[in-house]
Design a binder for this molecule. Sequence first.
Ligand SMILES: [Zn+2]
Length: 284
Amino acid sequence: MSNSKYIDTHCHIDGEEFGTDRQDVIERARQAGVTKVFVPAIDLPSSERILNLCRQYPGYLYPMVGLHPEEVRTDWREQLDAIRQLIKPNARQSMVNVQCSMSNVQCPIAIGEVGLDYYWSREFEQEQLEAFEEQVRWSVETRLPLMIHCRKAQNEMVMIIKRYARELPGGVFHCFTGNAHEAEELLQFDRFVLGIGGVLTFKKSHLPEVLPQVVPLSRIVLETDAPYMAPVPMRGQRNEPAFVRHVITRLAVAYGVSEEEITEQTNNNVDRVFFSNCSVMSHG
Ligand SMILES: [Zn+2]
């Protein structure tokens, strides 16, 4: 495990939970072998804050911009109009991105986190649907992948993704905790992968049985969702990127492969979803 390099594709390291020791958390992540950390936004202020924060850690922290379903309220349209301004048209392919990659300017790596969440409330059900669909269209326009959050709304979410499936560049169904049928339904979108984190290690989780049955390793990326969802044996504590190694250990047992195999496969998947179509960027 000591030499393995892996990526945390979903970490709220901009959060106030890391306000006093963010530098230490990042240092521990580097020492644990985390080579990149992707940071999802939840609204306009966090999108701006994350772009600024990631500018301080170029090549390590990668920003996303977007409006989280639980943040969709009456002002959702104004929020979206302002967030859209943070993304250049055709961000992934344009010459603007070449300049981004060569200067210190950070371009978003994905649209996220976006989706539907009816767990606590359906008060803004209709607004959530509209806000999500608009951000799905941004993904089509900009070629930036989607980081999708979905709770108690898979049917509705799948219906929207289906409408754009042929045009979408891909993305992550983040924090997957569903059953075999739900996994198969998501895997029909072949440019998408499932984000797997601490829940896998929980004692009552059925993921160690479900995942090897129906999800090939080519369809999984690693995530913490820190500061939430800390894996066993850290459960209940503040989560951080260095703890992904406990997820890797559990995945290796579940799939009956080495931990190196898990890190290699999941790194390839991250490259495919987030860094392909980027030949302009990498060779620019
Ligand atoms: Zn999140």
